[in-house]
Every structure is written in C-alpha cells, then in structure tokens.
Design a binder for this molecule. Structure first.
Ligand code: AMP
Ligand code: MG
Length: 534
C-alpha cells in the first residue's frame, strides 16, 4: 500500500510524504529539499546531509555530470535502499565517489601507473575508473563483482558532501531506473520524492551526460561508457585504449562489459527514433514522418537543433542545442526527453549529431534511449520529388492564392510548402474580395493572404512551379536560368482548358475560374500523390 501526501513548509521545502507498508509497519519518508549555492555552501545543510548519509540514509546531490543518489558506499544496507529507491536491478553496480585521492587505496587494489596518470589528468572530473576492489567494499555496492568503479567529482557541493558523509559515497544517477537521468533538482524530485531522505538543489548540472567509464583492470584499458572525457583525451595520457564493442552499434551477441549498459536506459515514455543521413535529408525525412503521424492523429515530438528548428512546421518541436557547440546538446538532452514525457507525445523523431568529442556520449545515450531504432533519412527524403509547390499568376491576388488554398485542402500523402506568386506585384496587397467571396462560399478563405512577387528564389530543384497562363511560363523560362520544373498548371495536369482571369468582371466569372481550378487541383493532388508513392 502506498499513499502520498504532499505539503510544503516555509523553511525546509518538504515534499512527498511516503507511507510504506512493510510487514505491518508503516514507514513514513519525508524528502527534505534544500537549495545550495555552489559558491557559498551553507555548512549546516551539508552537515545535515552528511549525517543522513552516515546514518545509512539517501541524499540526492548535484555533480558536474548528472544528479547522483548518494548513500554510504561501505554500507550494504544503504546500497539495498539505493536499488529499491531507483527500482534498479541489483546486478547493476554503483560507482563510489571520493573527494580525496588519498582515500582511493582503501577501497581498491593494484593502482596502476596508468590509473595514477589518468587520475592526475582528469580528477576531479567526469571520469570513472574500474579497479579490483578491496575487502572494505561490500558486494552489495558492486553488484557481486570483484571490481569497483570509482570517480572523484568536481562539483563543490558533491565534494563537501562526500567528505562530510564519510569519504565514500555510492551515487548512481538519481532517477527512477529506465527514465532519463536527472540534470536538475526538479527532475530528481519528480522521480524520488517520498522515496529518499533529502535532495540538495544546486541548480542545473554543467555537463548533462554521465561520466566516461574506463576499465583499468584490462590491458590495454577499455572504455565501457563514453562521456565528456573522450577516447582521444584518454589516449593522449596513457596511449592505446580499447572500446567496448557493444558501444559501437555493431552486431554482437556479447553483453556490454558495464552491466548497466545492457538495460534500456535513458528512455523517454514515447518511442524515440533517430533519423540519420545528411542534415538536409534528416530534416526532410523528419518533416515527412511528423506529417504522416500527425495525419493519423498522433502527437509527434521533434528533436531539432538551433540550425534547423525553423524548418519544421508539424509536431511539438524542441531545440536541443546548437551544432556549433556540442556541449549545449549534451546539457539539454535529458531535459528535452523528460519534457516530451510531460507533454505525453506518442512518438519522437530526432536528428542525429556528430560523434566528435562529447558527441560520442550524446549519440550513445540517444541510441540507447531509442532502443537503437535508426531510420535512414535518405530512403525517405529521396522519395520526395518536390517539397514546395508555387502557383504563379499575373498579380497573385485571385487565381494564384485560390489554387494554393485548394491544394492545401487536398488530402496529400506528402507535406509540401504551398505558395503563390505574381509576375507583377509592386507592393503587398490582400486577396481580391470577389475571389475571397467565392472561396468562402466553399468553406475556404484567402484571409491573411498578401501578394508576393515571383523571384529567382522560387526556382530550385525542390520546387514545382505551376503558372496559370502560358505567357507566365515563357517569361520565367526566358528570364531565369534554373527552369527545370516550370510548367503551366493545365499542361502539368493534362487538362486542356484555360483558366480565365475574372478581373473586373462579375462574381459569376470568378465562380467559373474556381470550378476549373478545382478540377485541375484535384488532378494535381492525385498526380503528386502518385509521385510520392513511387
Ligand atoms: P550510474 O550509476 O547510473 O551512472 O551507472 C553506473 C554504471 O557504471 C553502470 O553502467 C554500471 O554497470 C557501471 N559500473 C559500475 N561498477 C562497475 C564495475 N565494477 N564493472 C563494470 N561496470 C561498472
Ligand atoms: Mg544511471
């Protein structure tokens, strides 16, 4: 039986009263939440947190990678509580965090010269090393292994807590097992409220993906999990290192060397798929996938970058960071995945990112979150002959916008940008009122339309240009260089009729133009759909 009551009081923000019914005894757990300023750490708060750890309790705290769920690493019972709070399989070992290099030799055996050099180069920092464990370390902490993972974090709150908590704090990421790792105290609260004793809120973390893990018990040492310390950085210090084959996405029956890497970690609730190819193909493929799913009534999430975000129109679109600075992507990755959870999307499509530097960690986490479902962007994008349809009339105020609006109202299996242009447009004007009256009588509207002059920008390999009259086609063909996809509408849809301009004539004439356009646009939609099926 589990029952939550939430309340807040003024001094200590407290959330989630958690009553657990165990063997007839009701356990009441109240999670204390305290803000901590990295630059001015309140001694009293750290003392309280340290005391909880020493007494066998659980305290979540910020590190430079992600928030950790801290417990006394030398206390088997505390390890049990950690697994229980996270819902983590107990064969998935914990990393022991230390704050003083001198504390290392009490928990490990055989510290190699290479390990010393790596510690010298990257500690404190986002690097975890695996050693043979000493007898001091309980099997409860190492998931039954004779080896132990150790890291010295750089975050000042983490360091003070470790020292105050007895020097050895096991700290897996402070999320429910299977959810994206927490990068803010709010994320921890979402998952752990009522399940742990305390949360230290030190704001957003710096890096956003978990530490690099290097197994120092093999020769050469082996990277088991990519992180902010890259293979290249490690090799610059100690020479050749191997990389766990299972990380490279190659087909293999072997289990990953780090037990935790086999679980479908870091996962959002919705099915995530990574779309991979050239950036242009990725964008076009995601647009198409989002369009198809949305048509089927699904709520679609799109993971875009600063460079591409403006290209998307369909779905719930989130920017994960800029391709110019991969660290920004690492920092936002889990936050974005959690946001999609909050918004209850049905599926998520993500662009893929460079595997340079921290990029290998980003793509590793993203691929795991996607359960390795990767879509070939080229396969989808190359099916699209056109991505844009532009109707060209004389002044872009009646037949052109009518044609565009008619096409937008067709059932198209591909998403197109549909626009209209005029050969003679001196300044922007709204649509002709009679044209609008006709459209209204057919439950459509030209409201908001503004006339735009045709220009060279309307000619490219992705754009189908359809003129309403023969003379507009010839003017374009003679005046411009790139004229590969320029047709008259009548010629393209093979309906040998003129579409008369009704300008200056009574409403009925507009009605006649509309009827001809309607017939042609219906045929156009059929033709475009045929093309898209190929
Ligand atoms: P987390 O605590 O969530 O960052 O996950 C810790 C990761 O370190 C998991 O993937 C574990 O499998 C891995 N790990 C911890 N200890 C060992 C060890 N002794 N040998 C191999 N991997 C380990
Ligand atoms: Mg984790």
């Amino acid at each position: 039986m589990v029952l939550y009551i939430f309340y807040k009081n003024k001094r200590n923000k407290t959330s989630g009263f958690f009553f657990r019914y165990n063997n007839g005894i009701i356990n009441v757990m109240e999670t204390i939440i305290r803000k901590v300023d990295k630059n001015q750490i309140e001694k009293e708060v750290i003392e309280q947190a340290g005391r909880i750890i020493r007494e066998g309790g659980l305290v979540a705290f910020p590190t430079e990678t992600v928030y950790g769920l801290g417990a006394n690493a030398l206390d088997e019972e505390a390890a049990k509580k950690t697994y229980e709070a996270k819902g983590r399989p107990s064969d998935n070992p914990l990393i022991i965090h230390i704050a003083d290099f001198g504390d290392l030799n009490r928990i490990v055996q055989n510290i190699s010269k290479k390990a010393m050099d790596l510690a010298e180069a990257f500690w404190p920092g986002p690097l975890t090393m695996i050693f043979e464990k000493s007898d001091l370390v309980p099997y409860g902490t190492t998931g039954g292994l004779d080896t132990v993972a150790v890291r010295m974090p750089d975050d000042s709150i983490a360091r003070e807590l470790i020292l105050e908590g007895g020097g050895y704090i096991s700290a897996p990421s402070a999320n429910t097992s299977g959810r994206p790792s927490p990068t803010t105290a709010k994320h921890v609260e979402e998952d752990m409220s009522g399940r742990i004793d305390m949360i230290l809120d030190g704001g957003s973390v710096d890096i956003g993906v978990e530490s690099t893990i290097v197994d120092m018990t093999t020769e050469p040492p082996m990277i088991l999990r990519p992180g902010a310390v890259t293979k290249k950085m490690v090799e610059e210090v100690i020479g050749e290192v191997q990389i766990d084959k299972t990380l490279l996405g190659e087909e293999t029956d072997e289990a990953p060397k780090a037990p935790g890497m086999k679980y479908r970690h870091y996962a959002p609730k919705a099915q995530l798929k990574i779309v991979q190819g050239t950036l242009k193909d990725e964008v076009n493929a995601i647009k198409q996938l989002a369009y198809e799913k949305t048509k089927k009534g699904k709520k679609v999430g799109v993971i875009a970058s600063t460079e591409t975000v403006s290209r998307y129109t369909t779905g719930l679109i989130k920017t994960i960071g800029t391709r110019e600075n991969q660290s920004s992507i690492a920092k936002n990755l889990y936050k974005v995945l959690r946001e999609f959870d909050d918004e209850n999307v049905d599926c998520i499509y993500s662009e893929s990112f460079s595997v340079d530097g921290i990029g290998s960690a980003i793509m590793n986490r993203l691929e795991k979150a996607a359960g390795h479902q990767i879509i070939d962007a080229h396969e989808i994008a190359s099916k699209q002959k056109f991505r844009r349809v532009v109707f060209v009339s004389k002044s872009d105020n009646s037949r052109g916008p009518m044609a565009a609006e008619l096409l937008r109202n067709q059932d198209l299996i591909q998403e197109y940008e549909i626009e209209s242009r005029g050969m003679i447009v001196l300044f922007p004007e709204p649509a002709n009122q009679k044209a609008e009256a006709i459209m209204k009588s057919h439950q459509m509207t030209l409201e908001g339309h503004e006339t735009v002059a045709f220009s060279e920008d309307d000619l490219d390999e992705d754009t189908l240009v359809l003129t309403l009259e023969e003379n507009q086609k010839w003017k374009i063909v003679t005046d411009y260089e790139y004229v590969k996809h320029v047709y008259t509408l009548s010629e393209y849809v093979e309906i040998d009729k003129e579409i008369p301009s009704a300008y200056g004539q009574p409403l009925v004439e507009y009605g006649k133009s509309f009827e001809i356009l309607k017939e042609m646009i219906k045929k156009l939609a059929e033709k475009l759909n045929e093309e898209a099926k190929k």
